[in-house]
Design a protein around this ligand. Structure first.
Ligand code: ZN
Length: 239
């Protein structure tokens, strides 16, 4: 490291949780002011962050966002419910709650201070931001498909990862869990679509970028064009 140059953010081996928050807020604010403001609101509210810092990853790494008002019945319907004892065994003692009776989304995260960990923090934050936008538009996560919910989170993750790569060109998109190695075909497709959305957002002027991002998050009421682009079907159908 040459002494006179500003030290790059990720030069240190570990990124503290505070550093990660500051970086994510800056990256999102830089991309879109409204998005940055929503991120700030969530990341400054400890009631919304159930985050445990660990030096080494556990066997089962908790990374999730519980949307506002999600119930056990919702989880069962989504085939995501784990029997209570099994859940505690897998994710306890820090993570024990599956439902969320609060009026706002909560981020559950085991954080390791690695760049990949920062990237997944941004992903779960993306879910929380989208959930806030949906609540503001009188909607809930139930109004969206799993693919749509994931694309919303991956979009935010792409924005943050792109900023990390810009500042640290030694990294590539693979370092952030956004490369071709994904756990399933569905995930690969969600990431691909989110990348398209990211690139489309990038091309927008600052003024229309907010509408575009909010449109992705809220399902097209704000920006019907995005919705139409993604669904490739007319909005009005009679069967
Ligand atoms: Zn997700």
């Amino acid at each position: 490291m040459s002494g006179s140059q500003q030290v790059s953010f990720f030069d240190s081996d570990k990124v503290s949780l505070t550093q990660a928050k500051v970086f994510i807020i800056n990256a999102l604010s830089n991309f879109d002011e409204a998005l940055g403001a929503r991120a700030t609101k969530i990341l400054q509210d400890d009631n919304r962050l159930n985050i445990v810092e660990q030096d080494e990853p556990s066997t089962n790494i908790m990374m999730s966002c519980s949307p506002a008002g999600i119930t056990i019945d919702d989880l069962k319907a989504m085939d995501m419910y784990i029997e209570d004892d099994a859940f505690r065994k897998k994710f306890g003692p820090y993570f024990t709650e599956q439902e969320n009776r609060r009026a706002h989304a909560v981020i559950n995260l085991e954080y390791h201070g690695t760049v990949e960990s920062v990237s997944w923090f941004a992903h779960e934050l993306g879910h929380a931001i989208a959930d806030d936008v949906q609540v503001d538009n009188d909607k809930t996560f139930r109004d969206f498909s799993w693919d749509e919910l994931e694309q919303q989170a991956y979009l935010v993750q792409f924005i943050v990862a792109a900023k990390m790569i810009e500042k640290n060109p030694q990294y590539s998109i693979d370092d952030f869990g956004l490369g071709s190695i994904q756990s399933s075909r569905e995930r690969v497709s969600q990431v691909g679509h989110a990348r398209d959305l990211y690139e489309q957002a990038l091309e927008k002027t600052e003024a229309s970028r907010t509408d575009f991002v909010l449109g992705v998050m809220s399902g097209g009421e704000v920006s019907s064009q995005v919705y139409a682009d993604r669904h490739h079907t007319p909005r009005i159908e009679n069967n």
